[in-house]
Design a protein around this ligand. Structure first.
Ligand code: ADP
Length: 757
């Protein structure tokens, strides 16, 4: 350590301090002290001159200085630093020799406070850098030409296993480490970002690479920056792991690819938009359905509005275009649309929400053009079938009606003949055959008419609450003669203690029961049996009509309820109308009908109706019938207002045989009204279907006429509906007789009526 070396380092601007020391005895006395630094220390020359060190410095500091002074007095050349009053200064202490003996010490000092703080700063920075490098999440190393790696933090080894050393393609492979590009291709070691920087001198930013080591794959994002080391270009390489993000990205990409494949292969077209209506997705099907001209990608990001023109909504009650609906009111809407190219699509609009926040729109399109065509064809076919069926029903109705009029004559005259006492037994038998056949024919015609009325929806049910057993008993009573003719016993099993009330049309219910009872007798064997049983369930009544007849094959159960269907080979006559009528009537009365059967053993037909009420048998009917007893009088004068000649002829024949009556005939309403004025009339028989005036109008005019106002008027009509009968009786008709007339019933009635004088 030479004196000159230190002096040269003294800053010329740094005005220092100079002092001298002599040793007196054991004490070191400062003989003089001068310089700017002295004042910077907070002292003046007089504080120091002639004083020992502990006179102006604190003791501990003074003690350390004394050591230096001793060493210098011993001949040593010294330099030391002192910190006093926040000033750091460097002292150089030199012994002065005289004849080889130290006679004085000369000290010079300079302020080094600035230099000191810079050194401190540098040291601090180094510490900071070190701590940053060690604590950073990135791994960092220096790569030099030739593959020398200097690892700067432990993350490098932690993430890759690489330690400080020299690496190249071979050693890296031996080390078991392989690099791959993002696209999966192998990355040669020359392409490592560090080597690229060394070769080109340029940085590489955000290179994504996959590193495989010991069959473990990790993804990294790397950066490398050029670094100058002793004139050579090296690279400072940093990297961090992105395996989780990358795997998520791969998963996302895979799931997107999966969804896209799925969407593209859907039978429906899908368009999705973001919350602003910009298209985010279109599948292949939409492209095809709307015959779009551009590639799918062209439409991504465009506003979905441009599609609105490609279709037309069939109804515009609620437009499915989301723009016209406030976001909070958007709900799923499904509609049919017609496209400009002539297709029909079923379109659903689905608002797309994420966590209750509106995030976009989804439109789904299904091509229903073919289905629509088929539906239209089906509707046409159905309408055609309905038209044909209606025509058939109308034909049947017309035919039946036409048949009824001549049949009325046949039955009327046959009954007249039956009354002729001059007929012998054989002739009477023949007449009765005519009557039986006629009645059967009439029954058939009525059923055909009923069926066609049901078909055309013209049948009217007269529903009322009725007591069931009354109806059933009436029916059983009326089929007795038929049962007796085949020696079949009809047994019934009813709940004897209770009366059951059901809601039904009494005439129609009778028709149902009679049909089933007649079949049970007709398709039974001689000496067979019919069992009628009634079962009460919670809310319905179930009636079984069981026979011991030929039975029905299972595969015919459905067919026999089809109009005009008959099972071959039963050996019985029939038209196949009864059961379909039974089924339709039950349906109209909210009931059901069915059958089960064992071939060769018998059939069990059942029907059920809803129970309205149940009462104990003791209850007495509140309805009382009062009949006015009319006394007979001689020669009743009957005015018959009728336009059908055969009916007039029949009536004349009847009255010819009845000596107590005079028949006066009017062939239209007008004539009838006139005769009422001119003739003395006891009873009026009024046909309701007159050519010049309706029967009811005629009735009103007759009633207005004081002369005949009190004369009993009997209505004659083919309309047998109870409601019609009731209505006309309420209107004032004394009685109502249905055509074809039952002559015995007519004569009985006339006999009861007393003329009014
Ligand atoms: P029809 O008796 O006039 O033929 P229906 O409509 O009443 O017409 O009956 C249809 C067919 O069902 C009958 O032709 C007969 O073959 C069968 N059928 C109906 N009732 C019975 C029964 N009680 N036993 C056996 N067969 C029956």
């Amino acid at each position: 350590m030479s004196y000159s070396r230190y002096v040269s380092k003294i800053d010329p601007e740094n005005t220092g301090m100079f002092f001298k020391i002599k040793k007196v005895g054991d004490s070191f006395i400062h003989t003089c002290c001068e310089g700017e630094l002295l004042y910077q220390l907070g002292l003046v020359p007089n504080d120091v001159a002639g004083k020992e060190i502990h006179d102006f410095f604190p003791l501990d500091l003074a003690k350390a200085k004394i050591d230096f002074y001793e060493k210098a007095w011993a001949g040593e050349f010294l330099q030391y630093e002192t910190l006093f009053n926040d000033v750091c200064y460097l002292t150089t202490l030199r012994p002065i020799f005289l004849q080889g003996i130290v006679v004085e010490l000369i000290g010079t000092a300079i302020n080094i406070s600035d230099k000191k703080s810079k050194e401190e700063e540098l040291r601090h920075k180094q510490l900071l850098y070190h701590s940053v490098v060690t604590n950073m999440t990135e791994a960092i190393f220096i790569l030099e030409k030739g593959g020398k790696i200097t690892v700067l933090n432990e993350n490098v080894e932690k993430l890759t296993g690489i330690t400080t050393g020299t690496y190249n393609g071979t050693t890296a492979a031996q080390f078991g480490i392989e690099f791959f590009n993002e696209d999966g291709s192998k990355m040669s070691y020359k392409d490592w970002p560090g080597f690229v920087t060394i070769d080109t001198g340029k940085p590489c930013h955000n290179v994504i690479a996959r590193i495989q080591r010991n069959e473990k794959t990790r993804w990294f994002r790397l950066n490398s920056n050029p670094l100058n080391i002793s004139g050579d270009t090296a690279a400072l390489v940093s990297f961090f792991e992105i395996t989780i993000e990358k795997e998520q990205e791969i998963q996302l990409r895979e799931s997107y690819a999966f969804q896209k494949t799925l969407l593209d292969n859907l039978e429906s077209g899908i368009i999705a938009t973001d919350h602003e209506g910009k298209i985010t997705l279109i599948n292949q099907k939409v492209h095809q359905m709307f015959a779009l001209e551009e590639d799918i990608e062209f439409y991504i990001g465009k506003n979905a509005k441009q599609f609105y023109g490609l279709w037309q909504e069939k109804t515009n009650t609620t437009s499915m275009m989301p723009d016209s609906i406030p976001i909070e009111e958007r709900t799923q809407i499904t509609k049919e649309i017609d496209t400009t190219s002539g297709y029909t699509f079923e379109t659903s609009y689905i608002p797309f929400n994420i966590e209750d926040r509106f995030s976009g729109n989804i439109f789904e399109f299904t091509d229903i053009t073919d289905r629509k065509k088929m539906e239209r064809a089906l509707i046409r076919a159905k309408e055609e079938a309905e038209r044909a069926n209606k025509a058939k029903s109308e034909f049947l109705a017309k035919m039946s009606h036409e048949l009824r009029t001549p049949l009325s004559s046949v039955l009327g005259f046959a009954q007249l003949l039956e009354m002729d006492r001059s007929l012998n037994i054989e002739q009477l038998d023949s007449v009765q055959e005519i009557i039986t056949g006629g009645r059967h024919l009439l029954h058939l015609i009525d059923e055909v008419l009923d069926l066609s009325r049901i078909d055309s929806g013209k049948i009217k049910m007269e529903l009322s609450i009725i007591e069931f057993s009354n109806i059933l008993n009436d029916c059983i009573k009326s089929i007795q003669p038929l049962a007796i003719s085949k020696n079949i016993s009809v047994k019934k099993h009813l709940d004897g203690c209770r009366k059951v009330f059901v809601k039904a049309d009494p005439t129609r219910l009778k028709q149902v029961i009679l049909n089933l009872l007649c079949n049970a007798i007709k398709y039974n064997r001689m000496n067979g049996e019919v069992l009628v049983s009634v079962h009460l369930h919670a809310d319905r009544l179930e009636v079984h009509i069981k026979d011991t007849g030929i039975g029905i094959p299972k595969d015919e159960y459905q067919n026999i309820f089809q109009p005009f269907y008959r099972i071959n080979g039963t050996g019985e006559q029939g038209a196949g109308i009864g059961l379909p009528l039974v089924e339709q009537l039950m349906r109209l009365m909210d009931g059901n009908v069915g059958v089960s059967s064992v071939l060769g053993e018998g059939s069990d037909f059942w029907f059920e109706l809803k129970i309205e009420a149940i009462a104990e048998l003791d209850g007495k009917s509140g309805v009382e019938h009062t009949e006015t007893q009319l006394t007979n009088r001689e020669l009743k004068r009957v005015l018959y207002i009728e336009d059908t000649e055969s009916n007039i002829y029949l009536m004349k024949r009847v009255f010819n045989l009845e000596p107590g009556y005079t028949l006066i005939v009017a062939r239209n309403a007008q004539e009838g009204l006139e005769l009422a004025n001119t003739e003395k009339i006891d009873i009026i028989l009024l046909d309701l279907n007159l050519p010049d005036m309706s029967g009811e109008e005629t009735f009103t005019l007759l009633k207005k006429n004081k002369i005949v106002a009190d004369v009993p008027i009997i209505a004659l009509s083919a309309d047998a509906r109870p409601s019609e009968v009731k209505r006309l009786v309420q209107k004032g008709f004394t009685h109502y007789l249905t055509k074809p007339l039952d002559i015995a019933e007519l004569l009985q009635l006339l006999n009861k009526l007393q003329p009014v004088y």
